[in-house]
Design a protein around this ligand. Structure first.
Ligand code: PLP
Length: 410
């Protein structure tokens, strides 16, 4: 007797109703469609160094190859002790005290660790302060964990510094943590000493967990100096994130780490929660962990790229210079990372829907940037462009953008 098939509709869970991550959304689908039609698209939308000819340092590759034969078993669920020791030593060298390898967790990218940290922390409705603009994974992961992302403004007029008064105004009894992204994606800001001290002071006054995403900590231009937030907060529970994706141009390796510092005796229960989640995912990819020691202990080849005359330095300069030459476009000079976040003057360009703007630019010029509201920026007047392509390619792209903007109205 033939089974009568009853078709059930499979729907996404309600957990996803508040989760948004536009960086890989509908505009990218359209770009793929254009590619399938034979167009070549310049992708200035994702901070992925490899497609632009950046190679991972050879010593990392060699250490993975050497470690490969010994990597087919599950490793420690928090990560290999040797890799975690390398992370501890790198932070000790930078002046962070009171940490050992039990305070370090390795993840399949910082992304995985962000999810773990928020899932272990948040009850439904708990709030997390996240910058606007942000790296939107923080917002999406907060919502997925049942939390409520609350965005604090960064001020373009002050080199995109977080507005400390806005942070204070947005703290409630439900606020659990504050996210600091320094050097910043998407603005390129690198936070000065006093600002970090002020941010930490707010966290101190309100007893917030500090979550400091420092994945661009070595991609610095000119005189910029990066200071780990944790150094300002020996008396506060702080989690610092970093990884191989950007500084070491190995985003595809999916490898990141985090270190917990500050007074852990009041956080035993939370840390136990993190351990449960670390166990639940069984552990990070083993072979790639062999690259961590070489990365942290070795010569920092990123320096050659960011110093005057270096490839990333030149590309950052040219992007900044050319964007500011377009009427109605202004852009502060990124001090770190691999992005620019220019403003489209609303008095010049009538844009009510910035995702449509990005889609129109894609269709007209076959180039892909990201709309500012994808970074939880509240107005449709910014976009993000990566500074990874070679200067000649950037020049062509920005010329295309200028051409497109000249006649653009919504
Ligand atoms: N944090 C920031 C600020 C980022 O910009 C990115 C990637 O763009 C990540 C984290 C994700 O890092 P990973 O590749 O280690 O998951």
């Amino acid at each position: 007797r033939a089974l009568e098939l009853r078709h059930v509709e499979f729907k996404q869970s309600r957990k996803l109703s508040e989760v948004q991550y536009d960086l890989r959304g509908p505009v990218l689908t359209r770009a793929r469609q254009l590619e399938a039609e034979g167009h070549s698209i310049l992708k200035l939308n994702i901070g992925n160094p490899a497609p632009f000819g950046f190679e991972a340092p050879d010593e990392l590759v060699q250490d993975i190859i050497l470690g490969l034969t010994d990597s087919n078993g599950y490793g420690d669920s928090k990560g290999l002790p040797s890799a975690r020791r390398a992370v501890v030593q790198s932070y000790q060298t930078r002046g962070l005290t009171g940490i050992d390898i039990e305070d370090v967790y390795i993840g399949n990218g910082v992304s995985e660790l962000i999810g773990m940290v928020l899932n272990a922390l948040l009850d439904n409705g708990d709030e997390v302060l996240i910058p606007a603009p942000d790296y939107p994974l923080w917002t999406g992961a907060t919502a997925l964990a049942g939390g409520r992302p609350v965005h604090y403004l960064c001020d373009e007029q002050s080199d995109w510094a977080p507005d400390v008064a806005d942070i204070e105004a947005k703290i409630t009894a439900r606020t659990k943590a504050i996210v600091v992204i320094n050097p910043n994606n998407p603005t390129g800001a690198v936070y000065p000493h006093q600002l970090l001290a002020d941010l930490v002071e707010v966290a101190r006054r309100h007893q917030l967990l500090l979550l400091s995403d420092e994945i661009y900590d070595k991609i610095l231009y000119d005189e910029a100096v990066h200071r780990p937030t944790a150094l300002y907060a020996p008396d506060l529970l702080t989690i610092t994130f970093n990884g191989l994706s950007k500084t070491y141009r190995a985003a595809g390796y999916r490898m990141g780490w985090m270190v917990i510092s500050g007074p852990k005796e009041h956080a035993a229960d939370y840390i136990q929660g993190l351990d449960i989640l670390a166990n639940l995912r069984l552990g990070p990819n083993v072979p790639v962990q062999h690259a961590i020691q070489a990365a942290l202990g070795g010569f920092q080849s990123i320096d050659r790229l960011t110093e005057p005359g270096g490839r990333l330095w030149e590309q950052r300069n040219r992007t900044h210079e050319l964007l500011n030459q377009i009427p109605g476009v202004s852009c502060s000079k990124p001090q770190g990372a691999i992005y620019a976040f220019p403003r489209l003057d609303p008095a010049v360009y009538k844009i009510s829907d910035d995702e449509r703007f990005v889609m129109d630019l894609l269709n007209a010029e076959k180039m892909l940037v990201m709309h500012g509201t994808a970074f939880n920026w509240p107005a449709p007047d910014h976009f993000r462009i990566v500074t990874l392509p070679r200067v000649r390619e950037l020049e062509e792209a920005i010329a295309g953008l200028a051409r497109f903007l000249a006649g653009y109205q919504q």
